[in-house]
Structures are given as structure tokens and as C-alpha cells.
Design a protein around this ligand. Structure first.
Ligand code: AMP
Ligand code: ZN
Length: 478
């Protein structure tokens, strides 16, 4: 096994990864702001986090991973007020859609899902601590963080603070580097908007204090890994550091990992630009969940991912190739015995796979290790050179791959059905197996008319059959 290295935004370098407590990883992930359906750009980041957590688990770490749902921020407050409903009533639909999407993309549940609105008390307490340490000031019912007092301000995003006027404030949760200002920890209520009555006055939390308070409540004052998309490095994560470290006097996060954006025609996919697809948009066009997961996972997280339908189609074929290989290993009978070169080839593939992921989660390199092996093994099988004695090791390699990539199980049809898509109205697995068995029986009794009829019937219903050399049949959905 290789030493795990990760790129830490804080140092700007790739560093060996070692958690504070050996064997145990505390990780915090900024979850979605549930004001709308998430788009596939958001899922690029969530799939990266899933690959990271799965890889750490594969390498034997015990993980405590917390993901929050931002269910109160500027956009949610405004939308809920406009719709004339409470916050929970407004966000619940998007929370449920997010959970369903994660399941569809095989994104594992973190150990803790938490909601900002369930943790207002912790945010208030953290603001009180900052008040006691004089990092704050009040203005018109809101409470601001005085960035000039925190000497390390800017250390994550490396912003230039020279042009910033002391005391200039920003009320919005999201703003550009050029607008770095004292930011709101607690916002005074506005007419018609939701607020909480608290010891620091009526109002609601700013977005940044939410994650500081929740991360420290669930994971402690110093956590191992904090992740998010690159757009969160400033101001969100910069402000999280300022709040947490001012309050505790300790380092807040040891490794900051940020995913680059998913782009469409060179621009960040985002709601505000209107250039986005949700998962549902793609499924309605007939794309499979596994293909989307694979497409999102296959570009290393620190490279921008240019989204194209061609790329999605290629991912569909790659997943199919890998699934076919797994089926071949399971169903074909190979000549008995073992062969040292193939055993070595499998071990090398597994080692290269681990090397790729250990190198700052280089998924492209890890996948190349799998593709190369599958191609060579398929050739060996066609030539009759692959032996039965190698099946188990090859299957173990594939299983290791799938613990991280999670695309081998042929469950796309079920997943789409669960989301209410009828695109997969073809026959289910049991019916296909039954028809394949009937066709095999027809071939055996040399009733080729019947065997062809069944093949054509399946083809019309979207199922392709492939007769293999050893007489068995493979099938797949078109
Ligand atoms: P939000 O719901 O806006 O808080 O975003 C949820 C996550 O998606 C955050 O980690 C963002 O950084 C990330 N994100 C937003 N847009 C993109 C994009 N186009 N590509 C990759 N990640 C994104
Ligand atoms: Zn956050």
C-alpha cells in the first residue's frame, strides 16, 4: 500500500495524510443549501467527497463524517418569505430530493446528517464566545465579525487585505474576494422573515457561523479534513477559520480539500447562470445513474470537469465494459489451474489502483490501472489463456475497485424506477433470465426459429444477447 497524499489548500501543497488520532478520521463536508434542487455541478463535489470517504474506509480508517444541510441562509429566507411558508415547509422537498439523489448516485450516507436549524443554540454560544473575546461588534441589531482583529485572516484563500477599509461591512452570505469585509455572524430580523428569539437578540445566523458551530460540536475543536467546492474557500471557509480559531485558539482544520468546478462550455455550472442540469434532467433523457456517477468520479477532483453528453456516453460504455467483464468472470468456465504471470498482473493492477488513489485521489490513474488489466484479461480469456485459478483474485480486485467507484451492480433500472422514471419499462432481470433460459432450451433442441424469435423479442424490448464461446449467454440493456 502507498502513502496517502492529499492537496491541502491551506499550505498550497500536496502533503502526506496522517489524522490527529491514528486510524480515526474526523471529516466535515459543507452540504447543499436546500433552496432548490441540486445540480450535477454540486454532485461533482459530493461524489468527490464520497470517493474520498470510501477510499479512506478501504484503507482501514474509522470515519466520523458529518455533512450539514444548510437549511437557513439568505436565499432560503427570501424564498420562504416570498412563498409565505415556514423554513421547514419550504426546504423539506429539497432535502428529500437531495437524499434521493444521493442514494441514486450511490453516495454513502455520512455518519451524521445535520441541519443548521437544529443547531441554532450552538451557533448562539459560539457568537457569545466571540463577543466575550471582543471579535464582534453590533450594528442595527446585527452582529459582525471584525476581520482586522484576526491576524491570520486570509491564510486559506491568500487574499490581499491591503485595500480593505476597517469597519466596512458586508451583509450578504456570499460575496467575492474583492468585497472582503467584516461579515455578519447574526442578522437582525426583517419584516415577514423567519427569526429566532435568543440570548443575543432576535434574528438568524449568517451562513458561515453555521458550519463553524456544527463542525466543532460534532467533531471537536480541531478536525482532520474539511471539504467543499472551490468556490467555498472564500469567503465561507476563510470565515469558518476566523470564527473557530478566534474562539478556541486552536487550529480548526488540518487538511482543507477543495473540488474544482464542473463547467459547461467553459463556465461554472450554476443556478445563477441558468446553465445547469439536475440529475432528473439527465435521467429524463435516458442516461443512467451509474454513468453519471462514473463521469463525475473519473476526472480527478482538482481538475475542472468539462461536462458533455459525449463524456456521459463514454462513461456509459466504460461502465458496461466493466460490468461485462465482471459477468464474464462469474459465468465463464476457464481452463483449470493457475498461471504466475496473470497472478502477478492482477497484483500489479491492484497496486497501481491504490497508487492512483493515494496520489491525491487521482481517479484517472486508478481507473487506467483497472482498464489496462481488464483489456489484457479479456484478451487472455479470448485466447483461452486465462485460468480458473485466477478468477478469485481478479474478482477481489474488481470488488476493491467497486468499494470506491460503486458502479458494478446493475441496479440502474431499479434506481430510476424508485425516482418515478418509466424510461426503464423494459423487462426486469427475472423476466430476462427466464426468456434467456427458454431460448437456451430452444437452441438445445435445435429449434432455431424459436430461439431467434426470443432473441428478437428481447432486442425489441431493449435487451441485447451475446452468445459466448463456451455456450453461455450474456445479456445487457441497450
Ligand atoms: P451550495 O448548495 O451552493 O452550497 O453548493 C453545494 C456544493 O456544491 C458546494 O460544495 C459547492 O462548492 C459545490 N458546487 C457548486 N457549484 C459547483 C460546480 N459547478 N462544480 C462543482 N461543485 C460545485
Ligand atoms: Zn459550510
Amino acid at each position: 500500500m502507498h502513502e496517502i497524499q492529499v492537496h491541502n489548500t491551506l499550505s498550497g501543497k500536496v502533503e502526506p495524510f496522517a489524522p490527529l488520532k491514528p486510524g480515526v478520521v474526523h471529516m466535515y463536508t459543507c452540504g447543499p443549501t436546500v433552496y432548490d434542487y441540486a445540480h450535477i455541478g454540486n454532485y461533482r463535489t459530493f461524489v468527490f467527497q464520497d470517493i474520498l470517504r470510501r477510499f479512506l474506509k478501504l484503507r482501514g480508517f474509522q470515519l466520523t463524517h458529518v455533512m450539514n444541510l444548510t437549511d437557513v441562509d439568505d436565499r432560503i429566507i427570501a424564498n420562504a418569505a416570498a412563498a409565505g411558508v415556514g423554513l421547514r415547509d419550504y426546504t423539506e422537498k429539497y432535502v428529500q430530493a437531495f437524499f434521493a439523489d444521493c442514494k441514486t448516485l450511490s453516495i454513502e450516507s455520512p455518519e451524521h446528517w445535520i441541519r443548521a436549524t437544529d443547531n441554532i443554540d450552538s451557533m448562539v454560544r459560539l457568537i457569545q464566545t466571540l463577543q466575550n473575546k471582543t471579535y464582534t461588534y453590533n450594528s442595527e441589531g446585527s452582529i459582525y465579525y471584525r476581520i482586522a482583529k484576526f491576524k491570520d485572516y486570509g491564510k486559506l484563500s491568500k487574499i490581499d487585505l491591503s485595500g480593505i477599509q476597517a469597519g466596512a461591512r458586508v451583509d450578504n452570505d456570499r460575496y467575492e474576494k474583492e468585497s472582503a469585509r467584516d461579515f455578519a455572524l447574526w442578522k437582525a430580523p426583517k419584516p415577514g422573515e423567519h427569526f429566532w428569539e435568543t440570548p443575543i437578540g432576535p434574528g438568524r445566523p449568517g451562513w458561515h457561523i453555521e458550519c463553524s458551530a456544527m463542525a466543532m460540536k460534532f467533531l471537536g475543536e480541531t478536525i482532520d479534513i474539511h471539504t467543499g467546492g472551490i468556490d467555498l474557500a472564500f469567503p465561507h471557509h476563510e470565515n469558518e477559520i476566523a470564527q473557530s480559531e478566534a474562539a478556541t485558539g486552536k487550529p480548526f482544520v488540518r487538511y482543507w480539500l477543495h473540488a474544482e468546478h464542473l463547467l459547461v462550455e467553459g463556465e461554472k455550472m450554476s443556478k445563477s447562470l441558468g446553465n445547469f442540469f439536475t440529475l432528473r434532467d439527465l435521467f429524463a433523457k435516458g442516461y443512467k445513474p451509474s454513468a453519471l456517477r462514473f463521469a463525475l468520479a473519473s476526472v480527478p477532483y482538482r481538475r475542472q470537469l468539462n461536462f458533455t453528453f459525449d463524456g456521459l456516453q463514454q462513461a456509459t460504455s466504460s461502465v458496461e465494459r466493466l460490468r461485462n467483464f465482471a459477468v464474464r468472470l462469474k459465468n465463464e468456465r476457464f481452463p483449470a489451474g493457475k498461471q504466475a504471470p496473470m497472478a502477478e498482473r492482477i497484483a500489479k493492477g491492484a497496486s497501481d489502483f491504490d497508487a492512483g488513489l493515494s496520489d491525491d485521489l487521482n481517479t484517472a490513474q486508478a481507473l487506467a490501472a483497472v482498464y489496462d488489466f481488464v483489456r489484457e484479461a479479456n484478451i487472455a480469456m479470448d485466447k483461452g489463456e486465462f485460468r480458473q485459478g485466477e478468477v478469485k483474485a481478479a474478482q477481489e480486485f474488481l470488488a476493491t475497485f467497486d468499494k470506491v467507484f460503486a458502479v458494478l451492480e446493475d441496479n440502474d433500472a431499479e434506481k430510476l424506477k424508485a425516482l418515478g422514471y418509466s424510461a426503464s419499462e423494459g423487462p426486469d432481470d427475472a423476466e430476462i433470465e427466464k426468456l434467456v433460459a427458454e431460448r437456451q432450451a430452444a437452441r438445445k433442441r435445435k429449434d432455431f426459429a424459436e430461439s431467434d424469435r426470443i432473441r428478437n423479442e428481447l432486442l425489441k424490448r431493449g435487451i441485447l444477447l451475446e452468445d459466448t464461446k463456451d455456450g453461455s449467454v450474456r445479456w445487457k440493456r441497450k
